[in-house]
Design a protein around this ligand. Structure first.
Ligand SMILES: [Zn+2]
Length: 375
């Protein structure tokens, strides 16, 4: 894989390349991201770059025999670890480990390196269970990494979602992560660093991957889905910089419609001073899962931003998709100028609270009341 296949993330890419060139790359690197920011293609491109004998200053060559092997995920010195579980065909007596599903892993990445944890579970057929990284896997890692490099160069251990590691496996790996053998690199990509035991985290060089930049993400969406600029920008914004979330939102128009209705009834309830509508809103939204609540809040933030731009007579930077123009014009005329700033603070506070696992009913009751008083 090459850096050109990564959407945006030029700063993160440059940081990794510079660390490597300046000999400042640690042997255990933990990349922290939210799903869909692109750490997986970024790291795979980086490993290809490190291994390619013909690399340029900024990327692997993409065509030499080594690049051919890294591109097909069949380079013998790159070992993959990801959460797995038993399936219909692989029962617990077969002790499933990552290697059991290596073929599926290659297929899913080659098809599209932007996928979710759930996509992975669907691919290997463990839909209703969660994957994990167990002690069998940890033993295997230690064994494999103790072997000589097949091609005589560096060896790589790529761990996707180390937060799925159980305590026993993590303890086994501690020493290995602390003192990897010469020429060994461990790259781990986490979506939940707070769930990783601190003794592992503290032994890693931490690299935080930011959301994909707005321009790069909307450019990608325009190309992928043949969208207009305004539509692409809209989805890029409400996705919070995640390519997988943007795609989800585009395909799942039901979620969007639901959020539209909920936001509409909240605003209507506040504008007409009908408290029962507001209560109905917060009871409904607080009963959904955290992911949905976050999506709703991001959607609401974008809605408020677009309405503000329209109210200031700036449609050229409001980036309103045609399908939403009527509704937004209506609200941009109806909302008080003082409302926007307050709404922005209230929604951001709620987003923070959702991430901190504050009680949902409390968050949305508070949001409803504050909207009611502000509008
Ligand atoms: Zn090459």
């Amino acid at each position: 894989m090459q850096f050109t296949q990564v959407v945006g993330q030029s700063m993160a890419k440059e940081r990794l390349v510079t660390m490597f060139k300046d000999n400042k790359l640690s042997h255990a690197v933990m990349l922290c991201e939210k799903p869909g920011y692109g750490a997986l293609p970024l790291v795979l491109s980086f490993i290809s770059y490190m291994l390619c004998p013909n690399r340029s200053a900024n990327d692997s060559c993409g065509s030499c025999p080594v690049c051919n092997r890294t591109g097909k995920m069949i380079h013998p010195d790159i070992h993959f670890v990801m959460p797995v579980n038993t399936t219909k065909t692989i029962s617990s007596d077969k002790k499933p480990v990552s290697d059991t599903f290596l073929q599926e892993w290659r297929e899913v990445i080659i098809k599209d390196p932007y996928f979710t944890e759930q996509d992975w579970y669907n691919k290997i057929g463990i839909e209703n269970k969660v994957g994990n990284i167990g002690v069998n896997e940890a033993n295997l890692i230690i064994k494999k990494m103790g072997l000589m490099s097949y091609e005589g160069g560096d060896k790589f251990m790529f761990v996707w979602l180390p937060e799925k590691m159980n305590q026993e496996a993590a303890n086994k790996l501690l020493k290995f992560i602390e003192e990897p053998s010469e020429g060994t690199y461990i790259f781990m990509i986490t979506h939940a660093p707070e769930k990783i035991i601190p003794t592992i985290l503290s032994r890693c060089q931490i690299v935080r991957i930011p959301p994909i930049g707005l321009d790069e993400l909307s450019g990608e969406l325009m190309e992928e889905f043949d969208l207009s600029g305004d539509e692409a920008t809209f989805f890029a914004r409400i996705s919070g910089g995640s390519l997988v979330r943007a795609r989800e939102l585009m395909f799942d128009t039901q979620i969007m419609q639901q959020h539209d209705i909920q936001l509409g009834s909240l605003l209507e309830g506040c504008a007409s001073k009908d408290l029962s509508k507001v209560i109905e809103f917060w009871e409904e939204i607080s009963a959904t899962n955290r992911d949905n609540q976050k999506m709703f809040l991001e959607y609401a933030l974008e809605f408020v931003r677009m309405a503000l731009m329209l109210s200031k007579g700036l449609p050229e930077i409001a980036n309103v998709p045609p399908s939403k123009m009527k509704q937004l014009l209506y609200w941009s005329e109806k909302l008080k100028p003082s409302f926007y700033g307050k709404a922005y603070d209230i929604l951001n506070q709620a987003l923070e609270d959702v991430s901190r696992n504050v009680n949902s009913k409390y968050i949305f009751a508070d949001l409803g009341n504050r909207f009611f008083l502000s509008l």
